[in-house]
Design a protein. Structure first.
Length: 119
């Protein structure tokens, strides 16, 4: 079973890393737990830099307020499709469309959210 699981895990990772959308997984506080190469490139960061970022690091002040409210909706189990503006590493804005979904463990505990992000 372990070998099959390992192959499945590798296949899923390849799919996520080569997807045309950015895949960004956040913990309950909005900190990055996973970011694929597409979202890193979109925001102008390396994968290593993305690992140290939170959602709030790429938002202006009004965006931070909206993000906090949206993260609370994920905690409540709500998914959403949103248009928003992120700030790239160089400070330039980029408008994106994102599909955000909550993540829960088997016991119903909130783990954070996953977003599919495209320009």
């Amino acid at each position: 079973m372990g070998d099959l699981h390992d192959r499945s895990e590798l296949s899923y990772r390849r799919i996520i890393e080569t997807a045309n959308e950015g895949v960004w997984v956040l913990d309950p506080a909005g900190r990055t737990t996973y970011a694929n190469a597409k979202i890193a490139a979109l925001l102008g960061y390396s994968a290593e830099e993305m690992a140290s970022l939170s959602l709030y690091d790429v938002l202006d002040e009004p965006g931070k307020d909206r993000a906090a409210a949206n993260l609370e909706l994920r905690r409540e189990g709500q998914s959403a499709q949103l248009e928003c503006s992120y700030l790239r590493k160089d400070g330039t804005p980029v408008w994106v469309l994102l599909n955000a979904s909550p993540l829960f463990d088997e016991a119903g505990g909130y783990l954070g959210s996953v977003s599919l992000v495209s320009e």
